[in-house]
Ligand binder design. Structure first.
Ligand code: ATP
Ligand code: MG
Length: 473
């Protein structure tokens, strides 16, 4: 049974036991809008103990608030007793709740579009907060006094912007005014909750609108002051006719594909975050942002840690920020360097970051097309094929591990990635060549300058062994 049928079945069971029960809140909003819903919540007159008795598998997830999780088939459905909230003291949670009526339960919810109940059997909507009208006009309006509602729970500040973004709705005037006034108080909620809402805004295809609403309301300044700091950070107009770093970043955001990964959107937001701190004007009046990519990567790490993003996300964003300037050098790169770059797990997002970086500034996409061409060329074979030689092969040849050992392997690997050698035979011949060079004291320095002790040099006198190995291949 799918989620809808399972939840409808639960509803029938509650009603058969004499209780009132409806689908409630966000799922009703999404069903009426014809949008996909990912969870269904049920609101009912049944008390937690009665819910527990009625269903075989239940979990009390907020029993003091009357919220039970009912496990049915493979689905988890929240079943909550109609309630109204008591006083809020911490800016997020009510101190106590009282079980009550559907009317009261609708009024404790945040926005009118989230305050609807629905009977899936009769398709009847129960609307105690004029939510249907706002839903059809595309309006986010706080239920009751907006200032009071935001003061109760500051998470609602961000939820308002999230719904306005994802649904492309307008925020009603009074709701907007209160939101802007209270934006600086967002910090009374946890960074994790801020992150979750921010993430939903940034992943929306309408993320630019979300970014602008965050900016205009003052929430951006409160949550990400580092981005606010990009405003007025002037750049050379010949490379950046679009304006300062903030405008450049915003323009990039507008150029991203609708479906963009979270690391990509975050990389766009933070790729130039190191510019304000590194901005210098030299004696000729040229602006420089020396090492802004390195500095930016450090700032990015701090921000993402502060917002408690998972390590997997942080580890994908940092290289994209730290290495974004290397894309300007790709036509001059050695093939081995290029292949290593293209084999990075973050490469696809880095390439897209580079595209929007160029497209939103000077507009020169030469290197982007160069990389697309390379990607096509390499698509038929592995970017990083297994190495032709390993350390074990060198040990078997009688070499002792040491710095030169690593250098030889690296050099063989580079030659392989550059297409200079293709087989193990050619690799061993190259080892022999490198070895010969190392034996020549003049050449030795070229191979390594950290190593001088003769007895630690790799195998010098076993050419016959090499040759045998090569012949045997
Ligand atoms: P989504 O599930 O898409 O994140 P949602 O509106 O369904 O959005 P949930 O967290 O699933 O959000 O909450 C379900 C319902 O509970 C909401 O629609 C709303 O009626 C109510 N609700 C959730 N969070 C709050 C809150 N902070 N203040 C008041 N009511 C809330
Ligand atoms: Mg929901």
């Amino acid at each position: 049974m799918n989620l809808f049928s399972t939840a409808s079945h639960l509803l029938e069971k509650l009603r058969a036991a004499g209780h009132t029960a409806y689908f409630a809140g966000g799922c009703v909003r999404d069903m009426l809008l014809g949008r996909a819903f990912h969870d269904i919540d049920i609101a009912t007159s049944a008390l937690p103990q009665q819910i527990e008795k009625l269903f075989s598998r239940t979990l009390p997830i907020g029993a003091q608030f009357g919220v039970m999780l009912v496990l049915e088939q493979q689905h988890q459905i929240q079943v909550a007793t109609f309630r109204h909230d008591g006083r809020y003291e911490d800016g997020r949670h009510p101190t106590k709740v009282a079980f009550s009526t559907p009317q009261e339960d609708a009024k404790r919810r945040d926005f009118t579009i989230n305050g609807l109940f629905y009977d899936p059997k009769t398709q009847e909507v129960f609307d105690y907060v004029d939510g249907q009208a706002d839903l059809s006009h595309g309006i986010i309006r706080a239920i009751g006094n907006s200032r009071k509602r935001f003061l109760e729970d500051k998470l609602r500040l961000l939820r308002a912007i999230r719904f306005a973004t994802v649904l492309e709705f307008e925020i009603e005037e009074n709701t907007w005014k209160s939101l802007c006034q209270l934006a600086p108080q967002i910090h009374s909620i946890s960074e994790e909750r801020i992150r979750d809402e921010l993430q939903k805004i940034l992943l929306s295809p309408h993320r630019l609108r979300g970014f602008d609403l965050l900016d205009q309301s003052g929430l951006l300044k409160a949550i990400l002051p580092e981005i606010e700091n990009l405003k007025g950070c002037e750049q050379p107009p010949e490379f950046h006719p679009e304006g300062d770093v903030f405008l450049h970043t915003r323009l990039m955001l507008s150029m991203l594909p609708e479906e963009s990964s979270l690391p990509l959107v975050l990389s766009v937001l933070f790729h130039d975050i190191g510019k304000p701190a590194t901005r210098r004007v030299d004696a000729h009046g040229h602006m420089r942002f020396y090492a802004h990519d390195q500095v930016g990567a450090k700032i990015t790490e701090k921000i993402l840690q502060r917002l408690r993003f998972p390590n997997k996300i942080i580890e994908a964003v940092i290289p994209a920020v730290r290495l974004h300037m290397s894309f300007k050098d790709v036509p001059q790169m050695r093939l081995s360097t290029l292949r290593r770059m293209m084999a990075r797990p973050t490469f696809e997002d880095e390439l897209e970051l580079h595209r929007v970086d160029c497209a939103s500034s000077h507009g020169i996409l030469e290197n982007y097309y160069f990389l697309l061409q390379k990607r096509k060329e390499f698509s038929t074979h592995l970017l990083l094929p297994p190495p032709l030689l390993t350390g074990q092969d060198l040990i078997e040849l009688g070499m002792k591990p040491g710095p030169q050992f690593g250098e030889i392997l690296q050099s063989i690997r580079d030659a392989q990635l550059e297409g200079i050698i293709m087989s193990k035979k050619e690799a061993l011949e190259r080892v022999l060549y490198l070895n010969n060079r190392a034996m020549n004291p003049g050449e030795q320095r070229k191979l390594t300058n950290t190593h001088s002790s003769k007895k630690e040099l790799p195998l010098m006198n076993k050419h016959s062994l090499f040759l045998n190995q090569i012949r045997n291949l």
